[in-house]
Design a protein around this ligand. Structure first.
Ligand SMILES: Cc1ncc(COP(=O)(O)O)c(C=O)c1O
Length: 383
Protein backbone atom coordinates (compact mmCIF):
# COMPACT_ATOMS: atom_id res chain seq x y z
CA UNK A 1 0.00 0.00 0.00
CA UNK A 2 1.04 3.60 -0.54
CA UNK A 3 2.34 5.32 2.61
CA UNK A 4 0.53 8.56 3.40
CA UNK A 5 2.57 11.74 3.31
CA UNK A 6 1.04 13.45 6.30
CA UNK A 7 1.35 12.15 9.85
CA UNK A 8 -1.85 10.82 11.39
CA UNK A 9 -1.50 11.61 15.10
CA UNK A 10 -2.88 9.59 17.99
CA UNK A 11 -5.06 12.56 18.78
CA UNK A 12 -5.80 16.09 17.65
CA UNK A 13 -8.20 18.29 19.62
CA UNK A 14 -11.21 19.58 17.65
CA UNK A 15 -11.13 23.32 18.20
CA UNK A 16 -13.61 25.33 16.12
CA UNK A 17 -14.81 28.90 15.79
CA UNK A 18 -17.11 28.61 18.82
CA UNK A 19 -14.17 27.67 21.04
CA UNK A 20 -12.03 30.47 19.62
CA UNK A 21 -14.83 33.03 19.97
CA UNK A 22 -15.55 31.88 23.52
CA UNK A 23 -11.94 32.35 24.55
CA UNK A 24 -11.65 35.71 22.76
CA UNK A 25 -14.83 36.96 24.44
CA UNK A 26 -13.42 35.96 27.81
CA UNK A 27 -10.13 37.72 27.05
CA UNK A 28 -12.07 40.88 26.20
CA UNK A 29 -14.36 40.63 29.21
CA UNK A 30 -12.00 42.01 31.85
CA UNK A 31 -12.09 38.83 33.97
CA UNK A 32 -9.81 35.97 32.91
CA UNK A 33 -9.10 33.89 36.01
CA UNK A 34 -11.52 31.77 38.05
CA UNK A 35 -14.94 33.40 37.87
CA UNK A 36 -18.41 33.12 36.33
CA UNK A 37 -17.36 30.91 33.41
CA UNK A 38 -15.78 28.35 35.76
CA UNK A 39 -19.04 28.36 37.72
CA UNK A 40 -21.05 27.80 34.51
CA UNK A 41 -18.71 24.99 33.52
CA UNK A 42 -19.14 23.40 36.96
CA UNK A 43 -22.93 23.70 36.66
CA UNK A 44 -22.75 21.87 33.30
CA UNK A 45 -21.11 18.95 35.10
CA UNK A 46 -23.83 18.83 37.69
CA UNK A 47 -26.31 18.66 34.81
CA UNK A 48 -24.38 15.94 32.97
CA UNK A 49 -23.71 13.67 35.93
CA UNK A 50 -26.65 14.42 38.19
CA UNK A 51 -24.19 15.14 41.00
CA UNK A 52 -25.26 18.11 43.15
CA UNK A 53 -21.74 19.56 43.38
CA UNK A 54 -18.87 20.13 40.96
CA UNK A 55 -15.54 21.90 41.48
CA UNK A 56 -13.13 22.74 38.66
CA UNK A 57 -9.33 22.42 38.89
CA UNK A 58 -6.24 23.14 36.84
CA UNK A 59 -5.91 19.38 36.20
CA UNK A 60 -7.43 16.06 37.14
CA UNK A 61 -4.25 15.34 39.08
CA UNK A 62 -4.71 18.48 41.19
CA UNK A 63 -8.26 17.35 41.96
CA UNK A 64 -7.00 13.88 42.88
CA UNK A 65 -4.37 15.39 45.18
CA UNK A 66 -6.97 17.41 47.05
CA UNK A 67 -9.29 14.40 47.26
CA UNK A 68 -6.52 12.44 48.94
CA UNK A 69 -6.02 15.29 51.40
CA UNK A 70 -9.75 15.68 51.96
CA UNK A 71 -9.94 11.98 52.78
CA UNK A 72 -7.32 12.63 55.44
CA UNK A 73 -5.00 9.94 54.11
CA UNK A 74 -2.14 9.23 56.50
CA UNK A 75 0.97 7.10 56.65
CA UNK A 76 -0.01 3.47 56.33
CA UNK A 77 -3.49 4.07 54.93
CA UNK A 78 -4.32 2.03 51.86
CA UNK A 79 -6.11 2.85 48.62
CA UNK A 80 -7.32 0.13 46.27
CA UNK A 81 -6.67 0.85 42.59
CA UNK A 82 -5.65 -0.92 39.41
CA UNK A 83 -2.00 -0.65 38.41
CA UNK A 84 -3.27 -0.13 34.85
CA UNK A 85 -4.00 3.55 35.35
CA UNK A 86 -2.25 6.84 34.81
CA UNK A 87 0.71 7.45 37.12
CA UNK A 88 -0.85 10.63 38.52
CA UNK A 89 -3.25 8.72 40.79
CA UNK A 90 -0.52 6.55 42.26
CA UNK A 91 1.82 9.52 42.65
CA UNK A 92 -0.81 11.40 44.65
CA UNK A 93 -1.55 8.41 46.89
CA UNK A 94 2.14 7.95 47.64
CA UNK A 95 2.74 11.70 48.08
CA UNK A 96 0.08 11.66 50.80
CA UNK A 97 1.99 8.91 52.60
CA UNK A 98 -0.53 6.22 51.77
CA UNK A 99 -0.08 2.89 50.05
CA UNK A 100 -1.57 1.97 46.66
CA UNK A 101 -2.92 -1.57 46.81
CA UNK A 102 -3.06 -2.85 43.25
CA UNK A 103 -5.89 -5.11 42.14
CA UNK A 104 -5.65 -6.96 38.83
CA UNK A 105 -7.72 -6.04 35.78
CA UNK A 106 -9.81 -7.83 33.20
CA UNK A 107 -7.48 -8.42 30.25
CA UNK A 108 -10.21 -7.60 27.72
CA UNK A 109 -11.56 -4.27 29.06
CA UNK A 110 -8.49 -3.24 31.11
CA UNK A 111 -10.93 -2.35 33.91
CA UNK A 112 -10.40 -3.36 37.54
CA UNK A 113 -11.52 -6.95 38.19
CA UNK A 114 -14.37 -6.36 40.63
CA UNK A 115 -14.24 -9.96 41.88
CA UNK A 116 -10.77 -9.31 43.36
CA UNK A 117 -11.50 -6.08 45.21
CA UNK A 118 -12.96 -7.44 48.44
CA UNK A 119 -9.95 -9.65 49.13
CA UNK A 120 -7.73 -6.55 48.97
CA UNK A 121 -9.66 -4.71 51.72
CA UNK A 122 -7.86 -4.42 55.08
CA UNK A 123 -8.39 -2.39 58.24
CA UNK A 124 -6.23 0.35 56.69
CA UNK A 125 -8.20 0.66 53.45
CA UNK A 126 -9.70 4.12 53.00
CA UNK A 127 -10.86 4.23 49.40
CA UNK A 128 -11.38 2.41 46.11
CA UNK A 129 -10.46 4.19 42.87
CA UNK A 130 -11.94 2.36 39.87
CA UNK A 131 -10.91 3.68 36.44
CA UNK A 132 -13.48 3.74 33.64
CA UNK A 133 -10.81 2.63 31.24
CA UNK A 134 -10.90 4.12 27.75
CA UNK A 135 -14.52 5.11 28.45
CA UNK A 136 -15.87 1.65 29.38
CA UNK A 137 -17.38 1.81 32.87
CA UNK A 138 -16.05 -0.29 35.72
CA UNK A 139 -18.59 -2.51 37.51
CA UNK A 140 -19.96 0.18 39.81
CA UNK A 141 -22.59 -2.00 41.52
CA UNK A 142 -19.89 -4.28 42.92
CA UNK A 143 -17.57 -1.39 43.80
CA UNK A 144 -20.36 0.44 45.64
CA UNK A 145 -21.47 -2.69 47.44
CA UNK A 146 -17.97 -3.41 48.78
CA UNK A 147 -17.45 0.27 49.65
CA UNK A 148 -20.74 0.27 51.56
CA UNK A 149 -19.91 -2.93 53.41
CA UNK A 150 -16.52 -1.66 54.64
CA UNK A 151 -17.34 2.05 54.82
CA UNK A 152 -14.85 3.08 52.15
CA UNK A 153 -14.83 6.15 49.94
CA UNK A 154 -15.26 5.61 46.20
CA UNK A 155 -13.42 7.95 43.86
CA UNK A 156 -14.28 7.19 40.26
CA UNK A 157 -11.41 8.00 37.95
CA UNK A 158 -13.62 9.37 35.20
CA UNK A 159 -10.77 10.98 33.21
CA UNK A 160 -11.86 8.86 30.22
CA UNK A 161 -15.55 8.86 31.02
CA UNK A 162 -17.13 11.99 29.58
CA UNK A 163 -20.27 10.48 28.09
CA UNK A 164 -19.84 7.10 29.83
CA UNK A 165 -22.97 5.60 31.36
CA UNK A 166 -23.22 2.53 33.60
CA UNK A 167 -26.73 1.07 33.71
CA UNK A 168 -28.17 4.44 32.70
CA UNK A 169 -26.15 6.49 35.21
CA UNK A 170 -23.43 8.82 33.98
CA UNK A 171 -19.98 8.51 35.57
CA UNK A 172 -20.02 10.74 38.62
CA UNK A 173 -23.71 10.18 39.24
CA UNK A 174 -23.43 7.54 42.00
CA UNK A 175 -23.52 9.89 44.98
CA UNK A 176 -19.78 9.45 45.45
CA UNK A 177 -16.84 11.39 44.05
CA UNK A 178 -15.62 11.36 40.44
CA UNK A 179 -12.64 13.04 38.84
CA UNK A 180 -12.64 14.20 35.21
CA UNK A 181 -9.74 15.48 33.10
CA UNK A 182 -9.64 17.97 30.24
CA UNK A 183 -6.11 17.25 29.05
CA UNK A 184 -6.01 17.68 25.22
CA UNK A 185 -6.25 13.93 24.68
CA UNK A 186 -9.59 13.75 26.51
CA UNK A 187 -13.10 13.76 24.99
CA UNK A 188 -13.30 17.51 25.65
CA UNK A 189 -10.39 19.77 26.49
CA UNK A 190 -9.60 23.03 28.28
CA UNK A 191 -5.90 22.77 27.38
CA UNK A 192 -5.34 21.42 30.87
CA UNK A 193 -8.03 21.11 33.48
CA UNK A 194 -10.06 18.86 35.72
CA UNK A 195 -13.36 18.57 37.60
CA UNK A 196 -14.56 16.78 40.70
CA UNK A 197 -18.22 15.94 41.05
CA UNK A 198 -19.57 14.93 44.41
CA UNK A 199 -22.69 14.36 46.43
CA UNK A 200 -21.24 15.91 49.58
CA UNK A 201 -21.60 19.65 50.23
CA UNK A 202 -19.00 19.57 53.03
CA UNK A 203 -16.49 18.00 50.68
CA UNK A 204 -17.26 20.57 47.99
CA UNK A 205 -16.58 23.41 50.42
CA UNK A 206 -13.31 21.85 51.57
CA UNK A 207 -12.16 21.30 47.98
CA UNK A 208 -12.93 24.92 47.08
CA UNK A 209 -10.86 26.10 50.03
CA UNK A 210 -7.92 23.81 49.34
CA UNK A 211 -8.09 24.72 45.66
CA UNK A 212 -7.27 28.37 46.34
CA UNK A 213 -4.83 28.91 49.20
CA UNK A 214 -7.46 28.18 51.84
CA UNK A 215 -9.03 31.60 51.26
CA UNK A 216 -12.70 31.70 52.14
CA UNK A 217 -14.11 33.87 49.37
CA UNK A 218 -13.58 33.61 45.59
CA UNK A 219 -11.40 36.38 44.13
CA UNK A 220 -14.12 37.50 41.76
CA UNK A 221 -16.35 38.15 44.75
CA UNK A 222 -13.60 39.88 46.73
CA UNK A 223 -12.71 42.19 43.84
CA UNK A 224 -16.26 42.88 42.64
CA UNK A 225 -17.97 46.18 43.33
CA UNK A 226 -18.41 46.64 47.05
CA UNK A 227 -16.61 43.35 47.79
CA UNK A 228 -14.58 42.94 50.96
CA UNK A 229 -10.95 42.35 49.93
CA UNK A 230 -9.93 41.05 53.37
CA UNK A 231 -9.66 37.33 54.02
CA UNK A 232 -8.69 34.75 56.58
CA UNK A 233 -7.11 31.31 56.17
CA UNK A 234 -7.92 28.43 58.51
CA UNK A 235 -5.98 25.75 56.68
CA UNK A 236 -3.17 26.24 54.14
CA UNK A 237 -4.32 25.50 50.60
CA UNK A 238 -2.89 25.20 47.10
CA UNK A 239 -3.15 27.09 43.80
CA UNK A 240 -5.10 24.55 41.79
CA UNK A 241 -7.86 26.65 40.21
CA UNK A 242 -9.06 26.58 36.60
CA UNK A 243 -9.20 29.94 34.79
CA UNK A 244 -12.18 31.48 33.00
CA UNK A 245 -10.14 31.43 29.78
CA UNK A 246 -9.94 27.65 30.09
CA UNK A 247 -13.60 27.39 31.14
CA UNK A 248 -14.60 29.39 28.04
CA UNK A 249 -12.89 26.75 25.93
CA UNK A 250 -14.45 24.00 28.05
CA UNK A 251 -17.98 25.40 27.71
CA UNK A 252 -17.72 25.51 23.92
CA UNK A 253 -16.30 21.97 23.90
CA UNK A 254 -18.95 20.74 26.30
CA UNK A 255 -21.67 21.92 23.89
CA UNK A 256 -20.13 19.54 21.30
CA UNK A 257 -19.68 16.51 23.56
CA UNK A 258 -22.46 14.51 21.93
CA UNK A 259 -21.21 15.35 18.43
CA UNK A 260 -17.68 14.32 19.44
CA UNK A 261 -18.73 11.09 21.10
CA UNK A 262 -21.02 10.09 18.23
CA UNK A 263 -18.08 10.42 15.87
CA UNK A 264 -15.79 8.54 18.27
CA UNK A 265 -18.31 5.70 18.38
CA UNK A 266 -18.54 5.58 14.57
CA UNK A 267 -14.76 5.47 14.24
CA UNK A 268 -14.43 2.77 16.92
CA UNK A 269 -17.12 0.79 15.07
CA UNK A 270 -15.10 1.01 11.85
CA UNK A 271 -11.97 -0.20 13.63
CA UNK A 272 -13.87 -3.11 15.18
CA UNK A 273 -15.44 -4.10 11.87
CA UNK A 274 -12.15 -3.95 9.98
CA UNK A 275 -9.89 -5.59 12.55
CA UNK A 276 -12.10 -7.99 14.49
CA UNK A 277 -11.25 -11.11 12.48
CA UNK A 278 -7.53 -10.30 12.25
CA UNK A 279 -5.13 -12.80 13.82
CA UNK A 280 -2.33 -11.31 15.92
CA UNK A 281 -4.41 -8.52 17.42
CA UNK A 282 -6.89 -8.58 20.32
CA UNK A 283 -9.71 -6.04 20.13
CA UNK A 284 -10.77 -3.90 23.11
CA UNK A 285 -13.38 -5.86 25.06
CA UNK A 286 -16.61 -4.26 26.22
CA UNK A 287 -18.19 -4.85 29.63
CA UNK A 288 -20.99 -7.45 29.91
CA UNK A 289 -23.41 -5.12 31.76
CA UNK A 290 -25.59 -2.38 30.19
CA UNK A 291 -23.43 0.65 29.49
CA UNK A 292 -22.64 3.44 27.09
CA UNK A 293 -19.01 3.69 25.99
CA UNK A 294 -17.40 7.09 25.44
CA UNK A 295 -14.61 5.60 23.29
CA UNK A 296 -11.97 7.85 24.72
CA UNK A 297 -9.27 5.46 23.47
CA UNK A 298 -9.11 2.53 21.10
CA UNK A 299 -6.61 0.16 22.71
CA UNK A 300 -5.67 -3.02 20.87
CA UNK A 301 -3.34 -5.73 22.11
CA UNK A 302 -0.65 -6.92 19.75
CA UNK A 303 -0.13 -10.67 20.02
CA UNK A 304 1.20 -11.52 16.54
CA UNK A 305 4.53 -9.69 16.74
CA UNK A 306 6.59 -7.84 19.30
CA UNK A 307 4.83 -4.63 20.40
CA UNK A 308 7.99 -2.51 19.95
CA UNK A 309 8.40 -3.72 16.37
CA UNK A 310 4.69 -3.05 15.73
CA UNK A 311 4.96 0.57 16.92
CA UNK A 312 8.12 1.12 14.89
CA UNK A 313 6.25 -0.07 11.80
CA UNK A 314 3.28 2.20 12.57
CA UNK A 315 5.71 5.12 12.62
CA UNK A 316 7.03 4.08 9.19
CA UNK A 317 3.44 4.20 7.93
CA UNK A 318 3.17 7.73 9.38
CA UNK A 319 0.72 6.63 12.07
CA UNK A 320 0.79 7.88 15.66
CA UNK A 321 0.22 5.62 18.68
CA UNK A 322 0.30 5.60 22.46
CA UNK A 323 0.59 3.23 25.40
CA UNK A 324 -2.21 3.56 27.93
CA UNK A 325 -0.66 2.84 30.27
CA UNK A 326 2.73 1.61 31.36
CA UNK A 327 1.40 -0.10 34.51
CA UNK A 328 2.30 1.62 37.74
CA UNK A 329 3.59 -1.44 39.61
CA UNK A 330 6.54 -1.48 37.20
CA UNK A 331 7.75 2.04 38.05
CA UNK A 332 11.16 2.10 39.69
CA UNK A 333 10.00 3.97 42.77
CA UNK A 334 7.07 1.61 43.31
CA UNK A 335 9.34 -1.42 42.96
CA UNK A 336 11.76 0.16 45.42
CA UNK A 337 9.00 0.55 48.01
CA UNK A 338 6.87 -2.53 47.40
CA UNK A 339 9.08 -4.94 45.48
CA UNK A 340 7.90 -6.99 42.53
CA UNK A 341 4.13 -7.35 42.26
CA UNK A 342 3.96 -9.17 38.91
CA UNK A 343 2.62 -12.42 40.30
CA UNK A 344 -0.40 -10.74 41.84
CA UNK A 345 -1.20 -8.91 38.62
CA UNK A 346 -1.19 -11.59 35.95
CA UNK A 347 -3.69 -10.01 33.54
CA UNK A 348 -2.17 -6.55 33.96
CA UNK A 349 1.21 -8.08 33.12
CA UNK A 350 -0.21 -9.87 30.08
CA UNK A 351 -1.86 -6.71 28.76
CA UNK A 352 1.03 -4.39 29.63
CA UNK A 353 3.41 -5.67 26.96
CA UNK A 354 0.72 -5.84 24.28
CA UNK A 355 -1.38 -2.67 24.50
CA UNK A 356 -1.20 0.02 21.83
CA UNK A 357 -3.62 2.93 21.47
CA UNK A 358 -4.53 3.67 17.85
CA UNK A 359 -5.45 7.12 16.49
CA UNK A 360 -8.97 8.09 17.57
CA UNK A 361 -10.32 11.62 17.56
CA UNK A 362 -13.48 13.22 16.18
CA UNK A 363 -11.66 15.04 13.35
CA UNK A 364 -10.56 11.74 11.78
CA UNK A 365 -12.09 10.71 8.48
CA UNK A 366 -13.31 7.17 7.73
CA UNK A 367 -10.43 6.76 5.30
CA UNK A 368 -7.95 7.46 8.16
CA UNK A 369 -9.31 4.42 9.99
CA UNK A 370 -9.20 2.30 6.82
CA UNK A 371 -5.62 3.42 6.26
CA UNK A 372 -4.60 2.40 9.80
CA UNK A 373 -6.36 -0.96 9.43
CA UNK A 374 -4.72 -1.71 6.07
CA UNK A 375 -1.33 -0.77 7.51
CA UNK A 376 -1.88 -3.07 10.49
CA UNK A 377 -2.88 -5.94 8.21
CA UNK A 378 0.32 -5.46 6.22
CA UNK A 379 2.46 -5.16 9.34
CA UNK A 380 1.06 -8.34 10.86
CA UNK A 381 1.14 -10.34 7.65
CA UNK A 382 4.79 -9.41 7.06
CA UNK A 383 5.57 -10.44 10.65
C1 LIG B 1 -6.95 7.55 33.86
C2 LIG B 1 -6.42 8.93 34.14
N1 LIG B 1 -6.48 9.40 35.40
C3 LIG B 1 -6.05 10.62 35.70
C4 LIG B 1 -5.51 11.46 34.75
C5 LIG B 1 -4.97 12.79 35.18
O1 LIG B 1 -5.59 13.87 34.57
P1 LIG B 1 -4.80 15.22 34.28
O2 LIG B 1 -3.87 14.99 33.14
O3 LIG B 1 -5.89 16.20 33.95
O4 LIG B 1 -4.08 15.60 35.50
C6 LIG B 1 -5.45 11.03 33.43
C7 LIG B 1 -4.91 11.91 32.40
O5 LIG B 1 -4.16 11.58 31.55
C8 LIG B 1 -5.90 9.72 33.11
O6 LIG B 1 -5.86 9.25 31.86
Amino acid sequence: MKIREDFLPLNRPSIGEKEINGVVNCLKSGWITTGPLCKQFEDMFCGLTGAPHAVSFCSGTAGMHLMMLALGLQDGDEVITPSMTFASTINMIVRCGAKPVFVDIHYDTLNINEALIEAAVTERTKAIIPVHFAGAPADMDTVLEIAGKYNLAVIEDAAHALGTFYKGIHAGGFGQTAIFSFHPLKNITTGEGGMITSGDSGLERRLRLLRFHGIERDAWKRYGKGGNPEYDINEPGFKYNLTDIQAALGLAQFARLEEFNTRRRELAGLYLESLEALKGLDMPGVPPYPHFHSWHLFVVKVTGIDRGAFMKKLAEYNIGYGIHFPPCHRFSYIKKIYGNLEEKLAETELAADRIVSLPLFPGMEDYDVFYVCEAIKEILSNG
